[in-house]
Design a protein around this ligand. Structure first.
Ligand code: AHR
Length: 535
């Protein structure tokens, strides 16, 4: 079943088509509108197909990405062992560790990005004073001192409870180098790599499961063709062995740029079964690569354009999945969207190479609709990584010396973490539209799941910045009891948390939902994200 049918609302709701008993409710509802008691001329209708819930939303859909770029690592999450001012654990800020634990970050990708294909992991292990430096070619030509390396990253992942996802160097590395990295982090038996790890202070392997085989091989990872990379991938993957009997590594091939469907076709067709576990996809919601627009003081037209780009993820995922289905109808391989998010102009006065941008309610909308798309495609999308964790692009955390702020995107990811490892409930959606000029977009986005304790969560987004919209939720089966609800909203879509006002935008409890005539009526304020609990 295609989980979301984002149909135009032509006055007839999908639920009443499926279940004639519901027709009566619709008629009553229309009468209710006509009686003048209701502010809404139209409503979106959602039907939860509870009986069809069977696929687990892999918690890794809520993954993140941290690159050696700008102030993501250095002066971001890592302040160095010697910071007297900022409390840290082996150099990683304690306030960030605590915030990421609360967020329930399931998986973290590192060290790039484009940086990954310039990175030589051996330079980042052993005594820090002896580590060689390198120039960060892609991100401003800054000197990288390798003080944050493999141990630092993997120990940090252990602290926050996230699975590490190591992106290997294919563009300027060797097969041997990547295969030895796997052996270094995972080898149990006596081998040169496991002995070296032990001599560097780590006795037990980290059991790293996720490995990327290069990054953006079509671009900064080597400017390769799909066919050329495919052969290279086969070679690298062959030597990335499970060094422990119990570990089964999960290899992710560098995948398509946005709508490059040929790339996915070649990887799926030409990599022999057994050499591949996941294919990646990178897609950023950018208005125009030559005119990205400001991150905070954007216009309404720019907001609309960003939403349009964000909603394009539905089409991209659907089409890449269709190709994967052709070669892998049993859906054994995963689509891994290991870079996604909003990309705008850098903040004035900051380096154009550091990609530092503010994070507003627009980003909350972007995160909400994208995560709903991933949830609804969880039979194939089994990991996604928001770019990037701290101080770069659509970050969940921004830092300024001793201070940190949690962005609106952080709050959406935190509100949505109830979906992690829950069973997705397919939804039908009869939508209403948000119009700007001559163009319009579906206003409401939704996904739902049932967790281990039998609790249902519904996440809704109203991207319309000018209109409160009514969403009528109908459930196939007995109506559930309304539990608590949470909402993220603010007066303006440009609103954001700042170091002066770090808690301007926080999730609040939501009182705009009622059960009426056997359906749940949710009044969604302009530009809001709501997560409801049903018992
Ligand atoms: O996230 C920033 C950059 O975007 C990454 O380094 C690269 O993979 C992508 O092009």
């Amino acid at each position: 079943m295609i989980p979301v049918r984002n149909d135009v609302n032509k006055g007839q709701d999908l639920a009443s088509i499926k279940n004639p008993m519901k027709k009566l409710n619709s008629i009553l509802f229309v009468l209710f509108i006509l009686s003048g008691n209701c502010l809404y001329s139209q409503s979106a209708t959602v039907l939860l197909h509870v009986a069809d819930a069977k696929t687990v939303i892999n918690k890794n859909i809520y993954g993140h990405f941290a690159e050696h770029l700008g102030h993501c690592i250095y002066s971001g999450l890592f302040v160095g062992d010697s910071s007297q001012v900022i409390p840290n654990s082996d150099g990683v800020r304690n306030d960030i560790i605590a915030a990421l634990k609360r967020l329930k970050v399931p998986v973290l990708r590192w060290p790039g990005g484009c940086f990954a294909d310039t990175y030589h992991w051996k330079d980042g292990v052993g005594p820090k004073k002896e580590r060689p430096t390198m120039i960060n070619k892609w991100w401003g030509g800054v000197t990288e001192d390798n003080s944050f390396g493999t141990h630092d990253f993997l120990n940090m992942c252990e602290r926050i409870g996230a699975d590490p996802y190591l992106a290997g160097n294919v563009g300027s590395g060797t097969v041997q180098e990547l295969s030895q990295w796997v052996q270094y982090v995972n080898g149990e038996a006596i081998s040169p790599m496991s002995l070296w790890r032990k001599s560097n202070g780590r006795d037990k392997p980290w059991h790293v499961k996720y490995f990327g085989v290069g990054n953006e091989a079509w671009g900064c990872g080597g400017n390769m063709s799909a066919e050329y990379y495919c052969n290279i991938y086969r070679q690298y993957a062959t030597f990335m062995t499970d060094w422990n009997n119990g570990d089964h590594i999960f290899r992710v091939a560098s995948g398509a740029n946005a709508d490059d469907y040929h790339w996915t076709e070649v990887m799926m067709r030409d990599v022999p079964k057994g050499l591949l576990e996941g294919v990646s996809l990178h897609y950023y919601s950018v208005i125009d690569w030559n005119a990205k627009g400001p991150a905070a003081e954007f216009s309404r037209q720019q907001y609309f354009a960003t939403m349009k780009q964000a909603l394009r993820m539905e089409e991209l995922v659907t089409k890449h999945v269709a190709i994967m289905d052709k070669y892998d109808p049993q859906k054994k391989l995963a689509l891994v969207v290991d870079e996604w998010g909003g990309w705008y102009d850098v903040e004035p006065g900051t380096s154009p190479f550091f990609l530092y941008q503010q994070n507003t309610m627009r980003d909350a909308m972007l995160a909400g609709v994208t995560l709903n798309i991933f949830n609804n495609h969880c039979d194939r999308v089994r990991m996604a990584n928001l770019a990037q964790l701290v101080n770069v692009l659509q970050s969940v955390i921004l830092t300024n010396k001793q201070k940190i702020i949690l962005t609106p995107t952080y709050h959406v990811m935190e509100m949505y973490n109830v979906h992690q490892n829950a069973v997705m409930i397919p939804v039908s959606l009869s939508n209403i539209f948000y119009t700007e000029g001559n163009d319009s977009l579906p206003a409401i986005s939704v996904s739902a799941s049932k967790d281990e304790e039998g609790i249902t969560h519904v996440s809704l987004v109203n991207i319309d910045p000018g209109k409160t919209n009514l969403v009528r939720i109908q459930i196939e089966g007995p109506i559930l009891k309304l539990g608590n609800g949470r909402i993220l909203r603010s007066a303006r879509i440009q609103d954001h948390n700042s170091f002066d006002e770090p808690e301007k935008i926080l999730p609040q409890s939501f009182t705009g939902a009622v059960i009426k005539n056997n359906e749940l009526n949710v009044s969604m304020p302009p530009a809001s994200v709501v997560v409801l609990t049903l018992l």
